[in-house]
Design a protein around this ligand. Structure first.
Ligand code: HEM
Length: 412
């Protein structure tokens, strides 16, 4: 039965501080039951329609003709006209047919083979990361474990030389951390970091064109579909997009999943005793954590969603983190259940044209990391207070102190 308004404290979904105590799952459940298309006023924006039911999120994600990514970008916070223009050359902010052309070109480089070829390196990097902490018996799971792997994998994928990696890591972290006061970063810092990363990408592109190797950037300098190639600018912006899209998402998935295992220790034991459950466990981690909480679209015409009229130009924010807990689709949705089957979560998108390009790479990183953790640090346990990220967009963890029985390194 639907709850009444007084059962649940309303939450300002437009305020990044609302997410610090945790994703407001109780309130989102209330919205699904009572106001599935909810009007959320904004202090720094026009206000938005918050879409919380699974089916509606899938509709908004797939119906790109009526819910545009290009008009005002895909970030839940409001961008200025200048920012919309600057970001319009990134594929995530394009609509078909422009997006289709771009995606076809990029797909030619981002093949299953290029992902498969990274597997050995992902195992090696994961071992090295665990080697750094294993003798100590304690670590910050976020800064020392989960943040490291996606950064190293993206650098490898893009062919960033070892001596430049720390700079690329630093720019990438500065670009994404500006909502949280802990990092002391402003929007200007983030913009400056993206400019530096952009000019670095430009230099790298020139080198790759003259001396191509097998990495993704080298391949993309040469791919051609029906006589068309990616321009230099498009390639540089792709570099920027991958650096952001592949890092925070995967890092927070791993951190959030570790916290979920602490909350549901029987699931960790189950996975330890039966490794064949790992692929299903990865899907449940994605559903349960939903590291990308939401994305934005803009209505291209007057329309109706679940009976609610939305005017042309209306801002629509759909919540993956709510769709993935929709009780009409997932039984006992707040339970972390690694044997859940079927598990049609939409953590990578709802099957629309922007479905996550890095989904298989992310799945591989998560699988390898947890495989090694189960083998090498099997008694991982919480060892202090978890600190969450202040963000309206990413379900993030900044610090997660963990303890474990000290173990010897294996690669040194
Ligand atoms: C757990 C990890 C990840 C999650 C949850 C995630 C989630 C998502 C989601 C929800 C979208 C859809 C955007 C939209 O609808 O507008 C997306 C797009 C995208 N993701 Fe991921 N992602 C992850 C990891 C990665 C990785 C590792 C990469 C690359 C190395 C990546 C690259 C991209 C790119 C390029 C797009 C844009 C695709 C397009 O516009 O066609 N992602 N991701």
């Amino acid at each position: 039965m639907a709850q009444t308004r007084t059962d649940v404290r309303p939450v300002d979904l437009a305020d990044s501080r609302s997410y610090v105590p945790g994703v407001p799952h109780q309130y989102l459940a209330w919205l699904r039951a009572n106001e599935p298309i909810h009007w959320q006023p904004e202090k720094d924006g026009p206000g938005f329609w918050a879409v919380t039911k699974y089916d509606d999120c899938v509709t908004v994600n797939r119906d790109w003709e009526r819910y545009s990514s290009a008009r005002r970008g895909v970030m839940p916070f409001e961008l200025t006209d200048d920012e919309v223009a600057q970001q319009s050359l990134m594929m995530v902010n394009m609509d078909p047919p422009l997006h289709t052309r771009y995606r076809r070109l990029v797909n030619k480089g981002f093949t299953p083979r290029i992902v498969r070829d990274l597997e050995a390196d992902i195992h090696l990097q994961t071992d090295r990361i665990i080697d750094e902490v294993c003798e100590r018996g304690e670590a910050d799971f976020v800064t020392e474990i989960s943040a490291e792997l996606p950064l190293r994998v993206i650098a490898e994928l893009l062919g960033v030389p070892a001596e430049d990696r720390h700079r690329v890591f630093d720019w990438s972290n500065r670009m994404v951390g500006n909502e949280d006061p802990e990092y002391g970063l402003t929007v200007e810092d983030a913009m400056a970091a993206s400019l530096e990363l952009y000019s670095y990408a430009s230099r790298l592109y020139t080198e790759k064109r003259l001396d191509p190797h097998g990495d993704l950037m080298s391949v993309l300098t040469e791919v051609e579909v029906e006589g068309e190639r990616l321009s230099e600018l498009e390639l540089e912006l792709f570099f920027l997009l991958l650096t952001v899209a592949g890092n925070e998402t995967t890092r927070n998935l791993m951190s959030g999943a570790m916290a979920a295992f602490f909350e549901f220790p029987d699931q960790w034991e189950l996975l330890r005793s039966d490794r064949s459950l790992l692929p299903g466990a990865v899907e449940e981690m994605l559903r349960f954590v939903s590291p990308v909480m939401n994305f934005r679209r803009t209505a291209t015409e007057d329309l109706e969603l679940r009976g609610t009229p939305i005017a042309e130009g209306g801002k629509v924010v759909f919540f993956h983190c709510s769709a993935n807990r929709d009780e009409e689709v997932f039984e006992d949705p707040d339970r972390f259940d690694i044997r859940r089957d079927p598990n049609p979560h939409i953590a990578f998108g709802g099957g629309g044209p922007h479905f996550c390009l890095g989904a298989n790479l992310a799945r591989m990183e998560i699988k390898v990391m947890f495989e090694h953790l189960l083998d090498r640090l099997p008694d991982l346990r919480p060892n202090g207070e978890m600190k969450r990220l202040q963000s309206q967009f990413i379900n993030g963890v900044k610090h997660l102190p963990v303890g474990f029985s000290p173990a010897a390194p294996i690669r040194r």
